[in-house]
Design a protein around this ligand. Structure first.
Ligand SMILES: *[C@@H]1O[C@H](CO)[C@@H](O)[C@H](O)[C@H]1NC(C)=O
Ligand SMILES: *[C@@H]1O[C@H](CO)[C@@H](O)[C@H](O)[C@H]1NC(C)=O
Ligand SMILES: *[C@@H]1O[C@H](CO)[C@@H](O)[C@H](O)[C@H]1NC(C)=O
Ligand SMILES: *[C@@H]1O[C@H](CO)[C@@H](O)[C@H](O)[C@H]1NC(C)=O
Ligand SMILES: *[C@@H]1O[C@H](CO)[C@@H](O)[C@H](O)[C@H]1NC(C)=O
Ligand SMILES: *[C@@H]1O[C@H](CO)[C@@H](O)[C@H](O)[C@H]1NC(C)=O
Ligand SMILES: *[C@@H]1O[C@H](CO)[C@@H](O)[C@H](O)[C@H]1NC(C)=O
Ligand SMILES: *[C@@H]1O[C@H](CO)[C@@H](O)[C@H](O)[C@H]1NC(C)=O
Length: 901
């Protein structure tokens, strides 16, 4: 209301001007009102600011002229606001529509505040606006289309907001635009080809949006384009070759899209002014153009994670300003063995700070010239190549290095003493090579070192006590070397060790000292597979953040200390294969995060707890402790000497007997109907089938199964179905003969079948069921998922083979079943089903009972197997007695009976 009065008054004034009214008094009034408009507009702007923690607008009050308010600039003579500069003021709120009333405004800078809500369309009324910077706020909504009416706009910077929608094509009608910066928003759609018409454009930055399509070839018509940045979008296709003719380009950045094709070989000639060429994270192929050696201003060359191949240009040394050469993750290299020769040329690049060569196919020795690289060099990464030879002594010259990685190569020789001169080094990774000799004492001179990896080499001698000087070390990994002696005390004084201490797989001796408790914040301790002895230190209980403790494969003795009950966040605890004695601590049940507990092959005794991690067969193991008892039933350990209610047990036995005999009777009658009934029922002595088998569940790895079955050779194949193949195997160490059922995970439903079978077999145990010894769920050497069940081996194969002997089977003359045997088999199957339906904790329906799933052991006793289609019945859909027995008979007759010949 007030505003419209203002506007009509202004129009009135203008009319008077137009009419040539030059009365002095009137012009004074006009001026008053026009600068009043600005004052009101500014106050309205302030009104929308909800939070002004820096009190940036505290001077915006009536006692001060608005031209003196902070951030406000006026044209001196007419006292109209021309610029609003409130950069980095932490202002939070909406952008007032009234800003459009500041009609003389030509510059708005609200960068780095917390404005939210939409950018008002009204901004289109600011005819004089040349510079608009709203970047680094939380503006939402679309780019206001009316902004395209600000025909004087030079700079539009809306970067780092939450702006959505498409880029308005109409922006290309702004004839004076030099900078368009819309980076880090949520823009979709494509890059308008019409931008090629903005001939004044020098900067086009659209990086980190969700733009699709390709880069329009039209952009190559922009004569003075210097920065073309479209990284981090969803752009694809081939980069138009015409763009490489934009000789004005200083920065060309297309990283993290899906561009394919090659970089033209003459790029260094057609883009002579290039300072940054950033094309990483695409699908570009071909060689690195040698002509880049002519782009003499090049500072950043980033070609990571593409498919570039071939040799490295040896003329990059001409690029005196080169600071960043990142070639990580390509297929660079020849097979000739001198791929690193190009390093010699780089010694001229005195500003080089990053040289990334890891994950390539570079083959060759690290030349001595590496020591002549720039003193500015901070990162040198050579991991995962085929580098051989030793580390030149000159490496110690690179005093600026903060990160040096050479892991996964084939390097030999010793770690040079000069490495200690790298006083700025924070990460050193030399693991997985063939380094030998001692670890130099000078490692202790690298006082800023945070991560030291020397694992999987052939390092000998002692662990240098000087490591205690690396007061910033948080990861120390010396595992799988040939280190001797005690762990020096100094290592345990490194309170900085918060992530991991890995010394496993060496020849370390002595005790784990109580000082280990000083590593109060450590998460992982690995000293497995050494020759350490003595007791487990009580003080380990002080390492309250410990998540992973591996002490297996040593000679630790004594009991598992009580004090470990403080390790509440532990996830993996492996104490297996030591000489530990005493009881299994009950507190282990209560560790909520414990996923893996291995106590196997010790000398523990007493009761195995049943709760927590102990409930889960694949998560815990107590195998090879001869004196333990109890535990979950499936462990089949002797029960502990505790008296249970015998009465209840007896009544249970009676129930079972009655049920079994009831079914047998039914079966006999039905069998008669099918004409092979024999009256003579020979009482059989049932032996516990394969008494030589250990009843413990144990853990078995993919590698062990591979070995057991002779790499799943076809000669060991004893059966296959749609979901699985079954192999005979011999498991070390006790040469146990087993059947390994390998799931065919390519087959749909196989995984479900595996889970069903595990679920079904978890709690059932009967002499006429095939016994599951253990399972293995792992990743095979090709990286695929691998699931297998290890079952009791049945030497006499399946009933199917006895009923339908194969002609090609040489032993077919043996395969004749007497009617007595048939009857006994039928009874065995019936008792298995009886058990499944009535005596399991949860009733189980097999649903796939057929001769091939009935297996015969050495004594011709039948065992029902293959629970892949089984169904577990909940209490609610429990069958009544009658229905259930009929179900049994149906299944049995339908499949078993027709086998007669
Ligand atoms: C408006 O401008 C005139 C001079 O052009 C000045 O005298 C007057 O004080 C101004 N009024 C305000 C409120 O700033
Ligand atoms: C107005 O702002 C000025 C400058 O910050 C300050 O000195 C003055 O006290 C303020 N006046 C009122 C009434 O807040
Ligand atoms: C935006 O521009 C359209 C078309 O010129 C106009 O009708 C509308 O009033 C403008 N909106 C605002 C809020 O200025
Ligand atoms: C560029 O401008 C020309 C002439 O003004 C026009 O004909 C053409 O359609 C425009 N190109 C695009 C892609 O908008
Ligand atoms: C680049 O420019 C040169 C010389 O101006 C021209 O010969 C060539 O055809 C152009 N290449 C492309 C792809 O436009
Ligand atoms: C190093 O620079 C000098 C002159 O600056 C030049 O003569 C020499 O060829 C360059 N070396 C290499 C390997 O590029
Ligand atoms: C390294 O530089 C020194 C001094 O400039 C020179 O004497 C030496 O030959 C260079 N070494 C290599 C391997 O280039
Ligand atoms: C390591 O430091 C010690 C003294 O702190 C010094 O004597 C020794 O020369 C240094 N070694 C290296 C390789 O820098």
């Amino acid at each position: 209301m007030g505003l419209s009065v203002f506007w009509s008054f202004i129009i009135f004034i203008h009319v008077i001007h137009f009419l040539g009214g030059s009365l002095h008094s009137i012009t004074v009034v006009a001026a008053t009102f026009s600068n009043e408009t600005d004052r009101f507009a500014l106050l309205a702007f302030k009104d929308q600011i909800a939070n002004d923690p820096l009190r940036a607008l505290s001077s915006w009050n009536n006692s001060l002229h608005f031209c003196k308010w902070q951030g406000v600039t006026c044209r001196r003579r007419r006292q109209r606001v021309t610029a609003l500069n409130l950069r980095r003021m932490e202002l939070k709120g909406l952008l007032s529509l009234n800003i459009a009333n500041l009609t003389f405004l030509w510059r708005i800078n609200l960068q780095e505040n917390k404005f939210h809500g939409p950018i008002p369309q009204d901004i289109g009324r600011l005819f004089h606006l040349r510079y608009l910077n709203l970047s680094q706020n939380n503006f939402q909504g679309q780019i206001p289309i009316n902004i395209t009416k600000c025909s004087n706009l030079r700079v539009i910077d809306l970067g780092h907001n939450d702006i959505v929608g498409e880029i308005p094509v109409e922006l290309s009608t702004l004839p004076k635009l030099t900078i368009i910066d819309l980076q880090s928003n949520k823009l979709v759609g494509s890059i308008p080809p019409s931008f090629g018409n903005i001939s004044s454009l020098t900067v086009l930055s659209l990086l980190d949006n969700s733009l699709g399509g390709s880069i329009p070839v039209d952009l190559s018509r922009i004569p003075n384009l210097e920065f073309l940045e479209v990284s981090g979008n969803r752009l694809s296709g081939i980069i138009p070759s015409q763009l490489y003719n934009l000789s004005s380009l200083l920065a060309f950045s297309v990283t993290d899209n899906s561009f394919s094709g090659r970089i033209p070989s003459d790029i260094g000639l057609t883009l002579p002014n290039l300072e940054a060429l950033l094309v990483g994270g695409n699908r570009l192929t071909g060689p690195i153009p040698r002509s880049l050696g002519n782009a003499l201003r090049l500072e950043e060359l980033e070609l990571t994670d593409n498919g570039f191949s071939g040799p490295l240009p040896t003329n990059l040394g001409r690029l005196q300003s080169l600071a960043w050469l990142n070639l990580v993750g390509n297929q660079l290299g020849t097979t000739e063995g001198d791929d690193l020769r190009f390093l010699a040329s780089l010694t001229n690049c005195s500003d080089l700070t990053l040289l990334g060569l890891e994950y390539n196919n570079l083959k060759g020795v690290l030349p001595d010239s590496v020591g002549n690289l720039s003193i500015q060099l901070e990162m040198l990464t050579l991991s995962e190549n085929q580098i051989f030879g030793s580390i030149p002594n000159g490496i110690g010259n690179l005093a600026g290095l903060t990160q040096l990685t050479m892991d996964h190569n084939r390097m030999t020789g010793s770690v040079p003493v000069s490495i200690g001169k790298l006083q700025s080094l924070q990460v050193l990774d030399l693991s997985i090579n063939r380094f030998s000799g001692n670890i130099p004492f000078s490692v202790g001179n690298m006082s800023l070192l945070g991560e030291l990896y020397l694992a999987e080499n052939n390092l000998q001698g002692f662990i240098p006590p000087t490591l205690g000087n690396c007061r910033n070390l948080y990861v120390l990994n010396l595992s799988q070397n040939s280190l001797h002696g005690d762990i020096p005390k100094q290592v345990f004084s490194l309170v900085s060790l918060t992530l991991s201490l890995s010394l496993d797989g060496n020849f370390l001796t002595g005790r784990l000292p109580e000082d280990v408790g000083d590593l109060k914040n450590i998460e992982e301790i690995h000293v497995a597979r050494n020759r350490m002895s003595g007791e487990i230190p009580q003080a380990l209980g002080d390492c309250l953040k410990l998540e992973h403790l591996s002490l297996e494969g040593n000679f630790f003795n004594g009991t598992i200390p009580r004090s470990l009950n403080t390790l509440k966040v532990i996830q993996i605890l492996d104490l297996s294969d030591n000489n530990l004695s005493g009881q299994i601590p009950k507190y282990l049940e209560e560790f909520r995060f414990l996923q893996y507990l291995n106590l196997s092959f010790n000398d523990l005794d007493g009761e195995v707890p049943q709760e927590g991690v102990f409930r889960n067969l694949s998560a815990s193991s107590v195998l090879g402790n001869k004196k333990v008892c109890g535990g979950i039933p499936v462990l089949q350990l002797p029960s502990c000497p505790i008296t249970a209610s015998k009465k209840r047990r007896r009544s249970l036995v009676i129930k079972v007997v009655i049920a079994v005999f009831g079914t047998i009777l039914c079966l006999l009658i039905l069998s008669c109907l099918f004409g092979f009934c024999y009256w003579r029922k020979k009482p059989r002595k049932r032996l516990s089938s394969t008494s030589s088998l250990k009843n413990h569940h144990f853990k078995v790895s993919y590698a062990e199964l591979l070995k057991a079955t002779n790499a799943f050779s076809s000669s060991n194949l004893i059966g296959f179905g749609s979901y699985s193949s079954v192999y005979k195997g011999v498991l070390d160490p006790n040469e146990m003969i087993v059947a390994v059922k390998v799931l065919n995970l390519q087959q749909r439903g196989a995984s479900k079948s595996f889970i069903t079978e595990c679920e079904a077999l978890r709690n059932i145990r009967h002499r006429n069921l095939v016994k599951v010894l253990t399972s293995c769920s792992s990743i095979d050497f090709k990286g695929d998922h691998f699931k297998a069940l290890v079952l009791e081996f049945m030497p006499n194969g399946s009933l199917e083979k006895w009923l339908h002997p194969q002609d090609d089977d040489g032993s077919s003359h043996l395969r004749k079943l007497s009617l007595i045997q048939r009857l006994n088999i039928a009874i065995d199957v019936a008792s298995a089903l009886e058990y499944l339906h009535h005596d399991c904790q949860t009733p189980v329906i097999h649903r796939d009972l057929k001769p091939s799933n009935v297996l015969l052991d050495a004594d011709m006793i039948a065992h029902v197997g293959d629970f892949g289609l089984a169904r577990l019945l909940c209490e609610s859909d429990h069958y009544s007695q009658n229905q259930s027995s009929s179900a049994v008979i149906k299944g049995t007759i339908g499949y078993v009976a027709p086998g007669s010949d």
